[in-house]
Design a protein around this ligand. Structure first.
Ligand code: AP5
Ligand code: ZN
Length: 213
């Protein structure tokens, strides 16, 4: 199964993506995570992406498109993949359509997670992540058992650099200007499914599994 996951920052894409990828045994590809890994490892790509990400702006299309086309061509993606955070512009969506259709492996679903905008800032500002294993928590909605410590691996949790209130507001503006129109793009292609993301995490997951049948 080949899926793209749509939704504004904080909608729960990363949270749900891990569960979907496990359920369907497909590869979870988060462009945000790929860039953060490149920044951590100080690669040339990471050096190019860093300033855009820190400000909450989009990394230029040509860098992202090349990165994703390379990743989904790998052997482990032949059984399927879930793209989380890509596409984010019409240019990215149309490059992905061309690439997948020419390979004879078109997308099966575009899954949009919908959450009212006023909820998103609280979700993002309260997020804490594990720099070691990638687990994600929320200080109120999904706290770790021990304050500030990852349940899975015991590492100290950190906050993403772009999770400040000011940067989140810019990320939401960028989403509304550049990305929100992709919902109509995929509706026209007849592969759009939507779920209400403003519910308990496990209820959202159940709705997603039903929608993907
Ligand atoms: P990226 O890493 O993709 O960030 P994002 O889209 O802003 O999404 P988030 O990770 O903030 O939110 P999410 O929807 O995954 O929510 P989560 O599950 O963590 O991108 C970062 C940057 O990289 C971009 O700004 C850009 O610079 C660059 N970039 C990436 N892709 C690009 C592209 N294609 N083109 C150009 N640039 C690109 O949940 C959020 C919080 O809410 C968590 O704390 C979680 O515990 C909590 N939560 C989740 N679900 C629920 C629920 N149901 N109820 C209550 N709380 C919940
Ligand atoms: Zn951890």
């Amino acid at each position: 199964m080949r899926i793209v996951l749509l939704g504004p920052p904080g909608a729960g894409k990363g949270t749900q993506a891990k569960k979907i990828a496990d359920q369907y045994s497909i590869v979870h590809i988060s462009t945000g995570d790929l860039f953060r890994d490149n920044i951590k490892n100080q690669t040339p790509l990471g050096q190019k992406a860093k300033a855009y990400m820190d400000a909450g702006n989009l990394v230029p299309d040509e860098l992202v498109i090349a990165l994703v086309e390379d990743r989904i061509s790998k052997d482990d993606c032949q059984k399927g993949y879930l793209l989380d955070g890509f596409p984010r512009t019409v240019a990215q969506a149309s490059a992905l359509s061309d690439f997948t259709e020419q390979a004879g492996k078109p997308l099966d679903f575009a899954l949009s997670i919908e959450v009212p905008e006023e909820k998103l800032i609280d979700r993002i500002v309260g997020r804490r992540v594990c720099p070691n294993c990638g687990a994600s928590y929320h200080v109120t909605f999904n706290p770790p058992k021990k304050d500030g410590i990852c349940d899975r691996c015991g590492s100290a949790l950190t906050q993403r650099k772009d999770d400040t209130e000011a940067t989140v507001k810019n990320r939401l503006d960028v989403y509304n200007k550049e990305t929100a129109s992709l919902i109509d793009y995929y509706r026209c292609k007849d592969i759009l499914v939507t779920v209400n993301g403003d519910q308990d995490v496990n209820v959202v997951t159940d709705e997603i599994f039903k929608a993907l049948k």
